[in-house]
Design a protein around this ligand. Structure first.
Ligand code: EPZ
Length: 422
């Protein structure tokens, strides 16, 4: 297993290109199952999760070709030979459950393994199931798999989600595009990745309104046709790299970044005394003098502070002046980066979903372990500001969601390298 070594203390100067969004691409790829015509995705990120989704789609009989060094995905599902998403793929990546809605809509049947828990929480699927059942599907849990069928096809319905689940919104919206009649989805998730998926579905011929608001209305159509769609910029990669100059000092331009993708996060960085400004090509982030200021953070669904940036913000607040309180309201176990940061001298008290962070002058480099995707990158960010050397092991977690992180950071002057493991 590879590890990444960071030597802290360098201020950062330069530009970092922001890739296409992992969490948009993982919803866009299953959309190919809704049509027998080709779907081409451009600006695709080159990540192991994307390769896992390609494997899954191929196992269903779809074709997935990559071009331009992985930046373009050519997908088609003319013939679906298999309607089962196997446990050994789904357990590695929860987003595999996003084939459920499209398969039901296209083929009237799907067998999808329950993903099982992951490091950050139990990750149940009750909201997905109740939404698809409202559309007329019959779903039964047997030996760890969801057996779903809609022999007479799906029909439109009025659905109110108990929680604005991102994945459930994506599954229900995709399924509803081919249902007979109108679907009104209330308390829909509003994340930019949902907006991007709807834009792609509309290009494929779907009739959808209200994306990005709490109520999405879908008019079912008989079939969808092929399309070409550019994947939206990755706001979580963007926010992650915005923290780099904030914690290490210096100034970095995030090329392709957009402030509207991260409204609450940008407000918090501003409150912490970090300079955030739009440029012709993206966003410039600078920390001129001294340490960041402590701020309180509470994660929430979009447009609130993203849970996927909580660990990265905690790393910054470990070095801020003052005491910050972070409240994680989306997942039940998303502070596993805290004990690792404490190995670096951070002062953090965790009680349930609340972490109190007392900022320290300087963190100290140490060997630390990645536990989940966003926790692992928060350790690298802490390493940029720490005295001495930080070795982050188990970085396969990192490669799921970040392209070439050591190249992007060393390109701005960080001392960081990857050590190939056995
Ligand atoms: C998506 O996961 C993202 N993944 C996650 O990013 C992100 O953290 C999450 O949305 C929240 O923004 C992808 O888009 C591939 P949810 P998803 O359904 O759809 C509970 C990353 O780091 N819930 O909005 O699984 C659930 O347990 C990943 O890139 C139910 O109880 O998130 C969680 O506590 C991590 N029942 C909360 O809702 C359900 O049926 C949010 O889950 C569904 C969800």
């Amino acid at each position: 297993m590879d590890s990444i070594v960071v030597r802290g203390g360098q201020e950062l100067q330069g530009r970092i290109p922001i890739a296409g969004a992992k969490n948009a691409c993982l919803a866009l790829m299953p959309a190919t199952l809704l049509s027998d015509e080709p779907l081409t995705l451009t600006n695709a990120p080159r990540l192991s999760d994307i390769r896992t989704m390609s494997l899954l789609l191929r196992s269903l009989g779809a074709e997935v070709a990559t071009m331009q060094d992985g930046r373009v995905l050519a997908l088609s599902s003319h013939d679906l030979s298999n309607l089962t998403a196997d446990y050994d793929i789904v357990r590695k990546m929860r987003a595999s459950n996003l084939v459920l809605g499209p398969l039901l809509a296209r083929a009237g049947r799907a067998v999808v393994s329950l993903p099982g828990g992951c490091a950050i929480g139990a990750r149940p699927m009750d909201i997905h199931i109740s939404g698809l059942e409202a559309l007329g599907a019959r779903i039964e849990l047997r030996d760890g798999y969801l057996h779903a069928e809609a022999p007479k096809g799906l029909r439109g319905a009025v659905i109110e989600q108990r929680f604005a689940s991102v994945g459930a919104t994506e599954n229900v919206v995709m399924a509803a595009t081919l249902a007979r009649g109108t679907t009104v989805l209330k308390n829909a998730a509003r994340e930019p990745e949902i907006v991007d998926l709807v834009r792609c579905l509309r290009t494929m011929g779907a009739e959808i309104e209200g994306e990005g608001t709490e109520t999405v209305t879908i008019e079912g159509v008989d079939r969808l046709h092929g399309a070409t769609h550019p994947v939206v910029a990755d706001r979580i990669e963007l926010g992650t790299y915005m923290i780099a100059p904030a914690i290490a000092g210096g100034a970095v331009e995030l090329v392709g970044g957009r402030i509207d993708l991260l409204p609450a996060f940008c407000e918090k960085l501003d409150a912490a005394g970090i300079s955030v400004s739009e440029t012709a090509e993206g966003i410039r982030v600078a920390r001129a003098n001294g340490r960041a200021r402590a701020v309180d953070v509470r994660t929430a669904v979009f447009p609130g502070f993203p849970t996927d940036l909580q660990a990265q913000m905690m790393a910054l607040l470990c070095t801020a002046e003052g005491t910050s309180v972070l409240e994680e309201t989306i997942f039940e176990n998303r502070f596993m980066h805290a004990p690792e940061l404490m190995r670096m001298g951070a002062r953090i008290e965790v009680h349930g979903g609340t972490a109190t962070v007392h900022g320290v002058d300087r963190l100290k480099g140490a060997p630390v372990m990645a536990t989940d995707l966003r926790a692992s990158v928060s350790l690298i960010l802490a390493g940029l500001a720490a005295e001495g050397e930080t070795v982050v092991s188990r970085v396969y977690h990192l490669d799921r969601g970040y392209e070439r992180v050591e190249e992007k950071l060393s390109g701005c002057g960080a001392t960081i390298e990857r050590i190939r493991g056995e």
